[in-house]
Design a protein around this ligand. Structure first.
Ligand SMILES: Cc1cc2nc3c(=O)[nH]c(=O)nc-3n(C[C@H](O)[C@H](O)[C@H](O)COP(=O)(O)O)c2cc1C
Length: 202
């Protein structure tokens, strides 16, 4: 089977991508508006970029009417955000926060997600997240404008919080203790429990 993106509508192309780019980590992104309302939403077009300087990225696409999502609005206006990880016990809450609330309403309050103050940035972090990356905006790359238009948000990690309880024998987070979830296609998720190792070539 061979697909020509030019022959597919945006929705169908999106479905092919999310059913093929698997599994995807989830950035649970907290931001604040200029007036101080805390926002929280998940993004699975998310990755680390490099460690010098420590940088990560996530991709909020525009709404169908071409307007930016609240997260992007806040990041543009304030230059700060926090990426929280999502453990299996937070999966339902994470999913709830993907609801489209009004700009003036906080997902933290609406869905009872406990926030704790960050150290370096204004947006709070999620108290139950095993790992949280406090970030300052590096740049936004606009891939396309209008409906479903793409935006790449690059953030400089200025502080990391790691729950002591997830640290493993090697001094870094233990995947079993983290028990993070990843997103598959549609409404499917997975847990990071099925693993194997392969030595790298010299
Ligand atoms: C697991 C999951 C992953 C998602 N990933 C993305 C994504 O990568 N990009 C995106 O624009 N929306 C994504 N969404 C949808 C947003 O979370 C949703 O549009 C949300 O309402 C945006 O909130 P905001 O307007 O407060 O920023 C995802 C939703 C879920 C449940």
């Amino acid at each position: 089977m061979e697909l020509d993106p030019d022959q597919l509508n945006t929705r169908t192309m999106y479905e092919w991508m999310i059913h093929s780019i698997l599994p995807r980590p989830i950035a649970w992104v907290s931001t604040v508006s200029v007036s101080g309302i805390a926002n929280l939403a998940p993004f699975s077009f998310f990755q680390g970029v490099c460690a010098r300087p420590p940088t990560l990225m996530f991709c909020p696409v525009n709404h169908r009417d071409g307007s930016p999502k609240d997260t992007l609005r806040n990041v543009e206006a304030t230059g700060e955000f926090v990426v929280n990880t999502v453990s299996a016990t937070d999966a339902e809450a994470m999913n709830a926060t993907s609801a489209m609330l009004g700009f003036e309403e906080s997902e933290f309050e609406r869905f009872g997600v406990t926030a704790v103050p960050s150290s370096m940035v204004r947006p709070p972090r999620v108290a139950s997240a095993s790992v949280a990356f406090e970030c300052r905006l590096d740049r936004i790359i606009r891939v396309s404008e209008g409906p479903a238009g793409g935006n790449i948000v690059l953030g400089r990690i200025v502080r990391m919080h790691v729950a002591d309880a997830v640290i493993g024998a090697g001094g870094y987070p233990d995947p079993d203790k983290l028990d993070l979830v990843g997103r598959m296609g549609g409404t499917d998720y997975l847990r990071t429990r099925d693993r194997f190792s392969i030595d790298r070539p010299v």
